[in-house]
Design a binder for this molecule. Sequence first.
Ligand code: KIV
Length: 271
Amino acid sequence: MSIHGEIKRVTTHTLQSMKQRGEKISMLTAYDFSMARIFDDAGIDVLLVGDSASNVMAGHETTLPITLDQMIYHAQSVVRACHRCLVVVDLPFGSYQGNSKEALNSAIRIMKEAGAHAIKLEGGEEVIDSIKRIISAGVPVMGHLGLTPQSIYKFGTYTVRAKEEAEAEALVKNAKLLQEAGCFAIVLEKIPAALGKRVAEEVNIPFIGIGAGMHVDGQVLVMHDMLGITKDFSPRFLRRYLGLYDDIKNATAQYITDVKSKDFPNEQEQY
Ligand code: KIV
């Protein structure tokens, strides 16, 4: 709590001090008010309104189809729910790759229309001008290296990235570039744990991993995976904390049975 009795918000500076004192950063994705409220109440440090909404909320195969307007809708709902955590919002595919002016306009829309606290975008050297321009307008930027799902058609697969020396060196170089450009943190997706350890040691800003091993500064999971709502997705890095797919399916089957057998509603459940 702050001296005014309000809940103390997590800021980009909080994450930096957490790295310095070795406290791990917890991050989850969220796309709607109700789940974001539960995560914030539970004490999550960062909520990411990820473009994975394209997969888990809208049912697309990739993250490419989601639009800036749709991201803003999800972000507005999440921001309304959060009192404490830092809310970071993904710039969707096609909203920043064109040029740095387009990138800045997209970031400004997210900050202004959703009330987000920071934005995230994928890539290194190729987006550095956009990152600098967004930061110079006062918008905090989180980077994203390793497996970058918006480039899935370039990679061709969702397998572990940077296993080869050349790609690992390029990743370290890009991490340093992002730090120099002023990014406050970087998501590292699906890379060898040893490489995660190396960048987290060589670069001073916090690294938040998803499949990047135990040595990075924090961890992020997609909420549907962590809660066991997605069923057919079992990468090695995923730890499931609930089995909600089966729980919700069983509860729904019971409800159907109760309605059809006229067990629901009973005397106490009507006016
Ligand atoms: O969109 C997303 O959910 C993400 C996480 C995988 C980090 O970028």
